[in-house]
Design a protein around this ligand. Structure first.
Ligand SMILES: C[S@@+](CC[C@H](N)C(=O)[O-])C[C@H]1O[C@@H](n2cnc3c(N)ncnc32)[C@H](O)[C@@H]1O
Length: 308
């Protein structure tokens, strides 16, 4: 687990009440923790971390309306919503699904960066890059073309695990990620010719048309609700015959949901429709899990599509 975000209220006493409340929350004394947080908020009404923690506790206590009210206050108290209160509002059904606040994703992964690979690969058995690699090789074999790519773009590149999997097949890798700390780790691998700290859609929009043979997104679309804008932009950036390969988490339904782990899960019919509406031709779609949760494989899809 990454370190927890704490935004000081600027009031020493309110901050102390918050710290005590967190201790109590961790020990399971939720009612006492909620009382202390209410006191902290009385002292500092714009205390985003206290509102957010109160939202979590109300939610843990099954008090949905009170949780929603607290998460709304947390979101209003921090214009960037670094805690991701809006993500919880989506999860609780108080708001429709939309993309995650960029500052939340950035904060989450900045905090994750130092232990990311150990947490994901060792603890969660992460295998997204190797699944993508096999799927891309199969897609190339199917059209009798060599799996060699002059220019590739890695969306949500993180620390660089996907570039490592494709290192021998790609000449020039560009990595795009929202998190500067993840990008620092990616830079230290020496695998990327270019790295950009930005949102994947913005990053793609900055690329000339027909300028990449391969676009990858390993375990990154799980933070994107609506895939269509990214897929359309990927189509524009790919050369004809170029490939887009990505993993998603999935579920039995048709559309997009926000799962328990606060990542989006895209139904297979949604993924197929999104590819079609972006003008990409499906080459491979396999039901494969890229990671475990509680030692159980999380349902997932590995998708490769081509620009016609
Ligand atoms: C679970 S990590 C996966 C990293 C890497 N692709 C891998 O396979 O190890 C997800 C990464 O996607 C990045 N990310 C999430 N949403 C993004 C977005 N909209 N634009 C750019 N990067 C994003 C996060 O910052 C994080 O580094």
């Amino acid at each position: 687990m990454p370190a927890r975000l704490f935004l000081s209220s600027g009031d020493l006493v309110a901050d102390r009440r918050y710290e005590f409340a967190r201790d109590l929350q961790l020990k399971g004394d939720l009612a006492a923790a909620a009382d202390l947080l209410a006191q902290a908020i009385e002292l500092a009404p714009g205390f985003a971390s206290a509102w957010f923690t109160l939202g979590e506790i109300r939610q843990q206590l099954g008090e949905r309306d009170a949780a929603i009210a607290a998460f709304r206050s947390a979101r209003d108290a921090d214009a960037d919503d670094r805690h991701g209160a809006r993500v919880w509002l989506m999860r609780l059904g108080a708001e429709g699904l939309s993309d995650m606040p960029p500052a939340y994703v950035r904060t989450l992964f900045d905090q994750y960066a130092p232990k990311f690979e150990a947490a994901l690969v060792d603890d969660l058995g992460y295998r997204g890059p190797s699944l993508l690699f096999k799927a891309v090789l199969a897609a190339r074999r199917a059209v009798r073309k060599p799996a060699f790519f002059k220019r590739a773009i890695d969306l949500g590149c993180g620390t660089g695990l996907a570039a490592a999997a494709f290192a021998r097949e790609v000449d020039h890798f560009t990595g795009i990620d929202l998190s500067p700390r993840m990008i620092e780790q990616a830079r230290s691998t020496g695998l990327y010719a270019e790295l950009e700290v930005t949102d994947m859609l913005t990053g793609l929009r900055g690329k000339p048309g027909a300028s990449a043979e391969l676009i990858l997104a390993a375990d990154a679309m799980v933070y994107v609700a609506d895939l269509v804008p990214v897929l359309k932009e990927a189509r524009r950036v790919l050369v004809s015959g170029g490939l887009l390969a990505f993993t998603v988490e999935t579920h039995g339904g048709d559309d997009v949901i926000l799962g328990e782990g606060l990542r989006y899960a895209h139904g297979e019919p949604y993924v197929r429709a999104a590819l079609q509406s972006a003008g990409l031709a499906l080459s491979q779609l396999e039901t494969l899990s890229a990671r475990n949760e509680d030692n159980t494989p999380v349902p997932g899809l590995v998708v490769v599509a081509a620009k016609p």
